[in-house]
Write a protein that binds this ligand. Sequence first.
Ligand SMILES: Nc1ncnc2c1ncn2[C@@H]1O[C@H](COP(=O)(O)OP(=O)(O)OP(=O)(O)O)[C@@H](O)[C@H]1O
Ligand SMILES: [Mg+2]
Length: 317
Amino acid sequence: MTAIAVDKLTKRYGTHLAIHDVSFTVPRGSITGFLGPNGAGKTTTLRILAGSLGKTSGTVTVAGFDVETSSLEARARIGYLPEQAPLYPEMRVVEYLTFRAELKGVARRDRRAWVDEAMEKAVVGGVRDAMIGKLSKGYRQRVGLADALVARPEIVLLDEPTAGLDPNQIHEVRALLRGLGGAHTVLLSTHVLSEVEASCDRVVVLARGELVAEGSLEVLHAAAGSFVVVLRGEPEAARTVASAVADVTRVEASSVDEGTTRLVVHLAASASIDPVVAALVSAGMGVREVSPVRTSLEEAFRALTLTDKGDETGASS
Ligand SMILES: Nc1ncnc2c1ncn2[C@@H]1O[C@H](COP(=O)(O)OP(=O)(O)OP(=O)(O)O)[C@@H](O)[C@H]1O
Ligand SMILES: [Mg+2]
C-alpha cells in the first residue's frame, strides 16, 4: 500500500527550477528519511505534499487523494511540522493545541483527549500551561510536533524535527518516531544521518532538485558501491582488467594465496558491478565471490549528492 505517491513533480519559483521531474513513493506504515544537501528541494516538496504550496507540474497523491483536486481529503490525513513552525507566542501550549485541533476539524467531544494524547507523544505535558513565546527552541519544536499529531493523521510530514534540540530531546524524538511507525506513515526530512540509521527503514534522496536514490538503507549503501571480488588470477592483471571498465573509480588488489586475488572495486554512484565481473571472466579469471562492501551512510550520502566538481552546497545555479 502506498501512502504518498509523487510522480514527475516539477516546481519553479519564477525562473528558478527548484524541483525537476521527481518521482518516488512512500509505503504505508514506513518511516522514510528524506535527505539531501541544503537547497536540494526537501522543504519545497514537503510543502507541496502538505498542500501549502502549489506545484508547477506532475501529480502528488496522499492517502490516495490528489493534493490539488482533492485537497480537503488529502489535508485531513496529513500532519505537518514545517521547517519554521508558526506558533502563537502569546498562547499557552494547551490552548494552542486545542485551537489547532478545532481548526483541523477534530470533534469537540474528542478534542481534550486528542490534545492530551498529542502532548504525551511529543512530551510537552510538563509545559502545558506555559506561554509558547517563553519556551526554549527545543520545546517549541515539540509543540510543533504535538500540533502535527493532534488530529491523529495517517501521514506525518516532519521537516527537520530535531533541528536545535539537545541530545536528550533528540533521543526522545527518536523514541516518538519509533512509536509512530506502523500506525502512521512518516516522511522525515533531516540532516542527521545517525537519526536516519536509528529511525528510518527507507530513504529518498534529493540533490539539486532531482531524485538521486530511493529505497531501503541497504540500497543507499549499495548505490555508492564498493565490492569485494575474489577470483583466480594474479593481482596486477586483475587490477588492470577491472580498472579499464567504465564507472570503476578505483581498484585495490591483493593476493589471498597462490593464484587467488582479492579485489576491492569502487564504483561511481549507482553503477553496477556486473560489467566488471564480465570483463574479468572474459579475461579468463574465474570469479569465485562478489560481495558488496558496506560504506557508511555518510560516505554513501556524499557519493550520491556531490557533483563531480565537488560542489557541496547543492545551491541554486
Ligand atoms: N519561496 C522561494 N522563492 C524562491 N526560491 C525558493 C523559495 N523557497 C526555496 N527556494 C529555492 O528552491 C531551492 C530548494 O529549496 P528548499 O528550501 O526546498 O531546499 P531544502 O532541501 O529544504 O534545503 P535545506 O536543507 O537548506 O532546508 C533552493 O534553491 C531555494 O533557494
Ligand atoms: Mg528545508
